[in-house]
Design a protein around this ligand. Sequence first.
Ligand code: FAD
Length: 533
Amino acid sequence: MITMPEPHSDTARFSLDTRAAAIRRMGRDTFDLAIIGGGITGAGIALDAVSRGLSVALIEKSDFASGTSSRSSKLIHGGLRYLEHLEFSLVREALRERATLTRLAPHLSEPLAFLVPLYKAGIPSALGNSRLKLSVGLWLYDLLAGRENIGRHRWVSREEALRLAPRLQSNGLRGGFVYYDCLTNDSRLVIEVIKTAASRGAAIANYAAARGLTKDGRRVSGINLEDRLTGETVTLRAGVVVNAAGVWSDEVSHLDNAEAPGRLRPSKGIHVVMPSEKFDNQQIAVLIPSLGESRFLFVIPWCGRTVIGTTDSDYSGELDEPLAEEAEVARVVESAAGSFPAAGISDDDVISTFAGLRPLVSANGESTAEVSRKEEIFESESGLITIIGGKLTTYRHMAERVVDLAVKSVAHAMPSVTSQIPLAAGEKLAADIDVQASSAAAEFEAPVELVRHLMRSYGGNFRVVLEITGESAEFKERLIEGLPHIAAEVVYAGRYEMAATAADFLVRRTRIALLARDHGVSCVGRVAELLGG
Ligand code: FAD
């Protein structure tokens, strides 16, 4: 008989001590479900399963979201582009999930307007020059979003398009369409799902790698894992093991069966981060053509900067640290400069770049851009369940499907309830963040800009960070010139977000490494010291 742990409060500790206790539990208990991979897919499965009453363990070989899930375009979207491939059910599912996430964690799925400029024939536009075709596509997009749509598309005149994005190429501009999707902070979404799963009783550890699978007869019965912080090895026993290792999932499948056919076809996408003042489009994202390619790039206002991407090319290099190559970056910069001639963009404006690998499922002959983004779920002869593909946006529904398959053999499981579980104390965020920020700023005697930054980063848990500032004056200090982050966030990341290294904090708990020109190098020592303390 499994007793279901009560959910702890949102601010239950999730520290390196929690991690050590989780690894001890992994060596002791037998779990209903064990998950390999702490990206959004594994995180979603852990939360779905534990909230159905299953006992759950999750291991991640590096830090949570260190793979593809911190390297996305940061969109919670239906995927307008997929309409061209007639993938209506995928778009509809993604749009519904967009609405669900916006309800569960408003700061992790914030509505944003997108401008698609249309030009005269002969001048490249992101999605072609046919107003009629685009109008039909956007009408369908709104229709598929159903009653929970976040905003209907509209045509805007040339003048309005230039008011929304003043530095946009104006030669030949006819006007454009405005439609709506949502913006997220991908690695923060992952950590919030992970923390919620842990607060409901899942045993979760980062820096714990699956090195082998154990078998009971022919069936997979557990994982041999290595604790990469201590070097210790542990055997974790589980009724079902799920392989949610993203682009590494073929490697994990080979632990089950060395002869298993490779199913993955990774494709690389890069992004470039630039100063937002150059673009002057803080309220709207813009779709621009990618030079020399038939695809388009998003120019997205994000965390006070502008993120431009993404590309899509077959990839066969090493999986751990894919890099944005010089030529790829140059093409993105040139594309942005061509579409925003009044911005005077050059290579010197590049603050940072990042590259991610899409875990696409092999498909013969298609270009990677044409391969469906729908996930695929396989069960091997020995019972290892593998999930690959999918989107950040659809993680909740994907998790539901995997757990439905896994629980066939577990009698006490109930249906999925994750559509009702708020993330990051999202229910504590008022509809009007600005009003709430002003009153919290007065209560904690903190600058309102700081409170707004904390609300955007930590949702309803912003108060916990503000409470930490009361413990010591040094926790109120800024970490880096020009960015709002303060020392209390490091303490919070160590106590409540299992940050083990300065990079965990700078790259994934916050995005300082992407947002700061020095990538956070000037505060690494301070961060490491605060995490250690
Ligand atoms: P990952 O995030 O890679 O997680 C897999 C994890 O498994 C890794 O952390 C890895 O370290 C771990 N692991 C591997 N082997 C082991 C082992 N042996 N033991 C333990 N752990 C292991 N989707 C959207 O919805 N919106 C977007 O805007 C968007 N933009 C994108 C842009 C780009 C350029 C790319 C590449 C993808 C984008 N996506 C987007 C898709 C989305 O990011 C991915 O589908 C999603 O992040 C995949 O998550 P995952 O958990 O399956 O993989």
